[in-house]
Design a protein around this ligand. Structure first.
Ligand code: HGA
Length: 614
């Protein structure tokens, strides 16, 4: 979603802002802008701003043409929530020499708008954000300094925000605030930065302070001061980010999604490294408190959104079958608004690639408010909000995931969830040494099996050409592979815009079979597991109705090909980890179908990477 970058330095910060915004492009956005303070010959500062709908490169060209140079400025990529995609709605928003960028949603913006109109302010945009610029100006005009005006203004806002602000009255500082949306301060040498995501400033510094909920900060060239929610000065830890530049760059690949699909053997190997090193599933892999927290767990509730939700659905099969614990999985945005029955011995597991998915965060807060103290998060971004709000954490080590459509985050979440399953099973006394060694061994083999699945790319590409002209597709799976069918359908619709639905194959005759004809390709995930014969019967049902089938079956499934039934043989059956291997070909199918249709794979329309609004 939206991205923020800000800088104050002895050099021209415009290239820093532009590069930062380019690194934030992956989050999904529809317009971009920067505002700088430029000082005229008489030493008077004023705000200069450039905004464009469309790509950062267009905004950059306009800034260059206008000769933008300055030692202080803020930039933004906007993913519209309030007000259409127009230049007037793009950030920064300006009020009488105060310029501001905002991530999040201000819930009481209408009430504030009325109040500010009454005070004589005129609005140029339809955004919720513009009220903040006017509010800050209003408090500045009443005599407060910039930081004080920001601190006063945020107390009048309800909703979520990360804010970065400059003012022509105080050209030597940036001020910023965080509530509900991530924001960090980057510490350079005689220069400092603000960003919503460390990737935006990694070219300038790796030393960062993650602001906490309710924090504000004053960022000058020679120093940074952070204030807590009560406006008293606070010390916040300085972290050194280990995000690698290579993970933020495309290298030899055409798209980040393609790069990230191919990084999966490495990402999975890195994520399971701790298990392999330990030669088993010791509870402390989830944190020092894990032996206590996990010891008397009676059931598991998984909360997540999108692809992470499908990872959770897959894990349910494992947790119930291997650990013998009841497990339910719920979409976070649903759970947070229903009267859930609390059980303090239930383990709440949240899954979020970014660790800042707002619905998942709110679901976690809600669970805690119900007295659910046993919380565990599976997350790919260290120090992000959701793991920080959880008792236990398992970090997937996928590296930065830039493509909006999640790939390596999904498969690494699955291995993390499998690790959790085995850890719980062990604590429940349901995993003997031999079984434990067997699961460790299966994990050790997994990167190799994933590589085999990647080698199927040329065959999948041939299929994708048949898919490209289609308007609809049906995905079928059974048991632990049903969530992979769901994930395959989601990937296809996200990036190729082909409408796709997934069903448990046994449901076919209860409705979706009515859709099947020669225009409806049916993708079937059919490995050699206990449900294979059932899936084969379901396939006959499709075949009898003239449907064309695309079957991913592992080498042991003995599927016959025919004119109507196309088969790609996935690697030898890998037992319980099979859904992880079968995730690969459905990702490849979506990727190549999107390529064939010419859509923007890494930036699908209307979607954003980290969903930080409700
Ligand atoms: N509400 C603001 C910012 C939106 C945002 O943070 N998106 O991720 C707007 O609509 O401009």
């Amino acid at each position: 979603m939206c991205g923020i970058v800000g800088a104050i330095a002895d050099r021209d910060v415009v290239p820093v802002l532009v590069e930062g915004l380019k690194r934030l492009e992956y989050r999904g956005y529809d317009s971009a802008g920067i505002a700088v303070l430029s000082v005229n010959d008489a030493g008077v500062a004023d705000v200069r701003r450039v905004r464009r709908t469309g790509r950062v490169a267009e905004m950059e060209a306009a800034a260059q043409a206008d000769g933008f140079h300055a030692g202080i400025g803020i930039g933004h990529t906007r993913w519209a929530t309030h007000g259409g995609v127009t230049e007037a709605n793009a950030h920064p928003h300006v009020s009488h020499g105060v310029a501001l960028v905002h991530n999040g949603i201000i819930e009481n913006h209408e009430e504030q708008r009325e109040r500010l109109r009454g005070l004589g302010y005129q609005f140029e945009s339809q955004t919720d954000t513009e009220v903040i610029a006017h509010l800050i100006h209003h408090h500045l005009a009443s005599g407060l300094d910039l930081l004080g005006a920001l601190q006063r203004a945020v107390k009048e806002l309800t909703g979520a925000y990360a804010l970065a602000v400059v003012s022509r009255k105080e050209p030597g500082k940036l001020v910023c605030a965080r509530m509900g949306c991530p924001l960090l301060v980057g510490l350079g040498d005689g220069e400092n930065f603000v960003a919503s995501d460390v990737s935006a400033i990694i070219q300038a510094t790796r030393r960062v302070i993650f602001l906490e909920e309710g924090d504000t900060a004053e960022v000058a060239r020679d120093g940074v001061r952070v204030y807590g929610a009560d406006n008293a000065p606070v010390e916040r830890e300085v972290h050194v980010s280990d995000v690698s530049l290579a993970s933020l760059e495309l290298g030899p690949y055409r798209h980040f999604m393609q790069k990230e699909i191919h990084e999966q053997p490495r990402a999975v190997a890195d994520t399971i490294e701790a298990v392999i090193d330990a030669g088993g599933f010791p509870a402390h892999l989830f944190g020092a408190a894990a032996p206590d927290v996990l010891a008397d767990v009676e059931s598991v509730q998984i909360l997540a959104c999108g692809t992470s939700y499908y990872a959770g659905l897959t894990a349910r099969y494992w947790i119930e079958a291997i650990a013998g614990l009841p497990c339910s999985v719920e979409i976070a945005s649903e759970y947070r608004y229903r009267a859930a029955v609390a059980n303090p011995k239930q383990l709440i597991v949240t899954i979020s690639q970014s660790g800042e998915t707002l619905d998942t965060m709110e679901a976690l807060k809600y669970a805690k408010s119900l007295g659910q103290a046993k919380t565990l998060s599976i997350c790919n971004v260290p120090e992000s909000a959701i793991p920080r709000a959880s008792k236990l954490v398992y970090y997937t080590r996928a590296g930065a995931e830039i493509g909006v459509a999640s790939t390596k985050a999904f498969t690494t979440q699955l291995v993390a969830l499998f690790t959790l399953t085995c850890t719980l099973a062990k604590l429940q006394g349901r995993l003997n040494d031999e079984q434990e060694a067997g699961h460790v061994d299966a994990l050790r083999q997994l990167p190799g099996s994933i590589q085999h699945a990647l080698n199927l790319e040329p065959q999948v590409q041939v299929w994708s050409e048949r898919f490209a002209p289609k308007q609809h597709a049906l995905f079928l799976g059974r048991g632990v592979h049903y969530p992979i069918a769901l994930e395959g359908a989601l990937k296809l619709k996200e990036i190729s815009y082909i409408h796709a639905e997934a069903y448990p194959a046994g449901e076919l005759k209860h409705g979706p079979l009515a859709l099947v004809d020669e225009a409806m390709p049916v993708v079937v995930i059919a490995p050699n597991d206990a449900l294979l014969e059932k899936v084969k019967s379901n396939i006959q049902e499709v075949r009898a109705r003239g449907g064309e089938m695309f079957v991913f079956a592992d080498a042991d499934s003995h599927f016959g090909e025919s004119e109507q039934v196309h088969v790609i043989r996935t690697p030898r059956h890998v037992g319980v980890l099979s859904p992880i291997v079968h995730a690969i070909p459905v990702q490849l199918l979506a990727y190549h179908a999107a390529l064939a249709r010419g859509t923007d794979v890494d930036k699908p329309r209307n979607l954003a990477k980290s969903v930080t609004v409700e």
